[in-house]
Write a protein that binds this ligand. Sequence first.
Ligand code: NAP
Length: 305
Amino acid sequence: MSVIYDRVALIGLGLIASSMFWAMKRAGLAGEVTGFARSAETRKIARDIGLCDRVCDSAAEAVEGADLVVLCVPVGAMESVMRDIAPALKPVATLSDVGSVKRAVIEAITPLLPKDVHFVPAHPLAGTEHSGPKSGFAELFENRWTLIVPPEGCDRTAVERLTKLWQGMGALTDEMEAEHHDLVLAVTSHAPHLIAYTMVGVADDLRRVTDTEVIKYSAAGFRDFTRIAASDPTMWRDVFLNNREATLEILGRFTEELFDLQRAIRAGDGDHLHAYFTRTRAIRRGIIEAGQDTDAPDFGRIKHD
Ligand code: NAP
């Protein structure tokens, strides 16, 4: 594949930025890639492991002369980072971000955007429960969707170029409007994370009663919750604070359904439970058929017997 951007700057050097770096380098999509992270510690690790061609000591220095700048910091930090870099952005550069929430990020960035810079927000629907500069890998985005969320009047050439970059990193791409993105993600990611956090919290309370039994006998369902609930606390705090309406809307519906199932259990209504679980099972089949997960038992976990 040929170079799409001669100069790329990654601001924030965690899971997503490091995966982007390795994926871009593997496919030869970028010339020089510069990087910046807030702490000297992360910048040192990045230098030690060869993450970025050049690690800079300020965000403004990193974006100087960049054709593409990608904000890879927690959603709540986007605005302050933007304040630091805005005066240093190259005219006609593309600015993008990978935040898990889109409306709030667009509202924070747009007022600070220089007139001649094209802002093309994006969100790769790929991640792990790990974070930091060492957690990234080139394959993270392969066969996973990246949603491009161009604000109204966005420059089409800039959108298409960024789309090509994501496709070059192995992603499937689609365009979506910001509000719709936030609602879809509230259903598919944000509410499930909150439920996982809650479930693990409840089990932790129980552990006080049963000592280590919850950990010792943790079954597949609970183990999957603990994996999700191990995700970065800062990132997820910012997701909920910035996608408040959509998350609350979905949690409201969730609570209603939960009460409904609770009633069915209390009433011994097995038909209702069976019909409900049959419907949800079909959704799982749909995800596997769409190539977004494996149908191997136990989520394809490698056994270490
Ligand atoms: P991460 O591994 O925790 O890395 C975050 C990076 O941002 C770190 O380099 C951190 O620097 C830097 N940072 C944090 N606060 C900052 C601030 N105030 N100013 C400057 N830099 C700051 O995070 P990530 O998982 O890559 O997530 C980055 C973004 O991608 C988030 O917006 C998240 O919503 C989105 N996203 C995440 C996932 C996922 O599953 N993880 C998936 C899709 C999208 P230090 O290391 O120096 O603290």
